[in-house]
Design a protein around this ligand. Structure first.
Ligand SMILES: C[S@@+](CC[C@H](N)C(=O)[O-])C[C@H]1O[C@@H](n2cnc3c(N)ncnc32)[C@H](O)[C@@H]1O
Length: 254
């Protein structure tokens, strides 16, 4: 039986481990890279922003504190419930709603800006659905509206060459031969999420798609955006640098 990746994503993010992790994450605030890009591109004062896949509010809270009018949506009801608790505890009035990026419940041209942080877009299973999310974001943005999202990109560098070679063989050789390979598209990954509490066992499987850069760029262009910048060189945190950097895609509605 094929795995329902959408259900897997919601179930995984609803679990106790994931919720503990994301309750902690709400306090982390913006990454250094996010601060840089938001300052650069979200320039209009008091602009309206849709924070897609907002989780417990890690990015929503600082954007509200900067004076933007932010609506945070997430497909996982437990995320929204904890986001609301955290906002209440901090005496912040934030409009959080359960919502799916592939079918946005907003009128055309409702927002100045939108974001989908922390590789959330690549947790939408299926190329067609990821394209729908892009088209939907474009629809709800005002003309010239900005959209910023991130993805981990497939890199056939020496570090990952054998990993992707194995994935390629699993997907293009073993799967057609009838082996039980869960991935639906090449680039799909199912990995163990580490436990939030070290005393607990690792949580169950988590889905993410690691796309090729050109696949992302083609989808962006098909959805009605122009690409202003693609940048995979900024650190999340300059005090704790990492080698695995997400790529930022900066898009503007045409
Ligand atoms: C990696 S988490 C990031 C959460 C938050 N942005 C942060 O950085 O802490 C990705 C989030 O995207 C949400 N998500 C996944 N698919 C979604 C969809 N189709 N529509 C809205 N949210 C989605 C998940 O429920 C999850 O909360």
């Amino acid at each position: 039986m094929e795995v329902d990746f959408k259900e897997l994503v919601v179930n995984e993010f609803s679990g106790k481990n994931a919720q503990l992790l994301y309750i902690k994450k709400a306090k982390e605030g913006l990454w250094d890279s996010e601060s840089y890009f938001f300052k650069q591109y979200f320039t209009k004062k008091k602009a309206s922003i849709l924070d897609i896949g907002c989780g417990t509010g890690r990015t929503t809270i600082p954007l509200v504190k900067k004076g933007f009018t932010v609506v945070g949506i997430d497909i996982t009801p437990a995320m929204i419930s904890n986001a609301k608790n955290i906002a209440k505890k901090n005496k912040l009035r934030i409009d959080y709603r359960v919502g799916d990026a592939t079918r946005l419940a907003f009128e055309n041209e409702s927002f100045d800006y939108a974001l989908f942080s922390n590789q959330g877009w690549t947790q939408i299973p299926g190329k067609k659905n990821r394209l729908s999310a892009l088209t939907e974001v474009c629809r709800i943005l005002k003309p010239q509206g900005m959209y910023i999202f991130t993805a981990h990109i497939r890199k056939w560098t020496s570090k990952y060459f054998f990993f992707y070679l194995k994935q390629w063989m699993r997907f293009y050789l073993l799967k057609p031969l009838g082996f039980p390979i869960e991935e639906i598209e090449f680039g799909d990954r199912l990995f163990e999420r580490p436990a939030a509490d070290p005393k607990e066992a690792a949580a169950s499987k988590q889905y993410i798609h690691i796309p090729a850069k050109k696949e992302v760029m083609r989808s962006i262009q098909k959805s009605g955006f122009e690409i202003l910048e693609v940048n995979g060189s900024m650190q999340r945190s300059y005090s704790r640098p990492s080698k695995d950097l997400p790529t930022f895609f900066i898009c503007r509605k045409k």
